[in-house]
Design a protein around this ligand. Structure first.
Ligand code: NAD
Length: 301
């Protein structure tokens, strides 16, 4: 367990503590592996399915690494490659097939999707009970209503990281920069559910630094490299960097500029912060979906 951190503590002058996600990710993966090992006695091994319809190399890399992580955790997995010219109907048919396939527990519809497909309709076609990355708007709606739902893994990973470092959320002032349905909005709901006071900023927010300096917990999810600098950060604040922006040398950089670390009390690194936890949360969601499917089967039987 890590020493608790104080949000909005005083400036230490020693630079921000690094909130690595690696140990948390490893322990989540271990939990998944243990659950999968117990699965044969419980009936069957949980299975992840990923639908892709793109030639995009970074997307292909992500799917390979996800499937490899699933395999290492003992999960079954399947990738349905539809190619970059797939139509809305073809993608919808693939999702329908996975919905009907009782061996599949978790379904991810990988982005980007081909230009011209109806992305909104396809998000709605991800089966809610298997929607382990919270892509279906029903999942976001249920989350907003405080009902059980799969949150997008990245949003849940941010909360898991804050919990891992014992950062208190109740009553804390949290500012989320970014309002996408993948990260910003679901994260705002998760923070509200934990009794934080939440402000959501976006590309039209006036005087961003003035708003972000209010934050005990500042979360950057804008996809803009170096957007948040020292002037955006209240001394001692906890800063979580969700941004994963490709660099020309093939690496990744976050939304938080290096200078912010002089002011922040703690900062999650990119890479090695939210990213590995996100993958681990996705795999944990497959096990959860399998358990919930088992409960539904039991109720039916
Ligand atoms: P998005 O482009 O859908 O949304 C970006 C949001 O940021 C928008 O709401 C926009 O209004 C806001 N924004 C953009 N520029 C801004 C500015 N100058 N000031 C204030 N707000 C601004 O992006 P997304 O899908 O939500 O992803 C955000 C970032 O998180 C990206 O870097 C993405 O790669 C990363 N991401 C990381 C993970 C992970 O596992 N670590 C997963 C998903 C996304």
């Amino acid at each position: 367990m890590n020493a608790p951190l104080n949000p909005a503590g005083t400036e230490s002058g020693e630079g921000a503590r690094s909130l690595s996600g690696k140990a948390l990710a490893a322990s989540l993966r271990e939990g998944t592996r243990a659950a999968v090992e117990a699965a044969p006695e419980a009936g069957r091994v949980p299975k992840l399915a990923v639908v892709t319809a793109t030639d995009d190399e970074s997307s292909a890399w992500y799917v390979r690494s996800l499937v490899s992580a699933a395999g290492k955790s003992g999960l079954l997995h399947e990738v349905v490659h539809l190619g970059p010219r797939a139509s809305t109907e073809e993608v919808r048919d693939a999702l329908r097939g996975l919905d009907e396939d009782t061996s599949v527990d978790g379904v991810i519809l990988q982005t980007p999707l081909p230009a011209g497909v109806d992305a909104r309709a396809l998000a709605e076609a991800v089966p809610p009970a298997k929607d382990i990355d919270g892509a279906n708007p029903l999942s976001l709606g249920r989350l907003a209503a405080g009902l059980a739902a799969f949150a997008p893994a990245t949003a849940e990973a941010v909360i898991a990281l804050l919990d891992h470092y014992e950062i208190p959320l109740r009553g804390a002032r949290a500012v989320v920069v970014g309002r996408s349905t993948v990260v910003g909005k679901p994260l705002a709901h998760l923070l509200l559910a934990r009794d934080a006071t939440v402000t959501v900023c976006h590309s039209r927010t006036r005087d961003l630094p003035e708003v972000t300096r209010e934050a005990d917990i500042l979360i950057a999810a804008a996809g803009q490299p170096g957007l948040l600098t020292a002037e955006h950060v209240r001394p001692g604040a906890i800063v979580i960097d969700v941004g994963t922006n490709p660099t020309p040398d093939g690496g990744l950089t976050g939304d938080v500029a290096p200078g912010a670390a002089r002011v922040a009390g703690a900062l999650s690194p990119v890479p090695g912060g939210v990213g590995p936890v996100t993958t681990a949360v996705l795999l944990a969601h497959v096990v959860r979906a399998a358990r919930e499917a088992g409960i539904r089967e039991g109720l039916r039987g």
